[in-house]
Design a protein around this ligand. Structure first.
Ligand code: S3P
Length: 177
């Protein structure tokens, strides 16, 4: 039976704040792919992107997911680009319900504007960049998802409730596609 919940979705869609509260509510362990990667290489995400490039970061992400997907009874906060490599989704699906948190680009911009930790959104024209990345990634997120929640107008508490409802209803079901 799947005992993990993996949260996927674009930056600023609430994966981290929802993940921490959800884990507490369900008595599960909270695990973040970004935190694990930073621990493995002892560098911040912006430094990895700057010194090693995005491709190296994606390799580290694959390593992190491989490790994490074996864990049981966890809420997994996945970096926004985890879906780009299908192997990550295959591995996550073994033990996890996959929940896609989405939001509209303007809300995403508002939520990430001050972030110093998202190298893909450094620089100007952030809204354009968000729209461009979202358009490209949309099919990846949708294909991976067992359940989709639009977080644009929802608070964290409501999102947590929706996830708990979904997981309870689908416990024991084989959601593999
Ligand atoms: C990324 C999202 C980030 C982090 C990295 C790349 C992405 O995680 O993994 O900056 O490609 O969308 P969050 O989604 O937790 O911000």
């Amino acid at each position: 039976m799947k005992s993990n919940i993996a949260l996927i979705g674009f930056m600023g869609c609430g994966k981290t704040s929802v993940g921490k509260i959800l884990a507490k509510r369900l008595g599960k362990r909270y695990i973040s792919t970004d935190l694990l990667i930073q621990k493995i290489v002892k560098k911040s995400i912006p430094r990895i992107f700057k010194e090693n490039g995005e491709i190296k970061f994606r390799e580290l992400e694959i390593r992190a997911i491989k490790k994490i997907s074996k864990v049981k009874n966890a809420v997994i906060d996945c970096g926004g680009g985890v879906v780009l490599n299908f192997i990550n989704i295959q591995r996550l699906k073994e033990n996890s319900h996959i929940i896609y948190l989405k939001a509209n680009p303007k809300v995403i911009l508002k939520r990430i504007k001050k972030s110093k930790n998202r190298p893909l959104l450094f620089g100007k024209n952030k809204l354009e960049k968000i729209k461009e990345l979202l358009q490209f990634r949309k099919p990846f997120y949708e294909r991976a998802a067992d359940y989709i929640i639009d977080t644009t107008r929802l608070n964290v508490k409501k999102i947590v409730e929706k996830i708990i409802d979904f997981v309870r209803k689908n416990e024991g079901k084989n959601l593999a596609k």
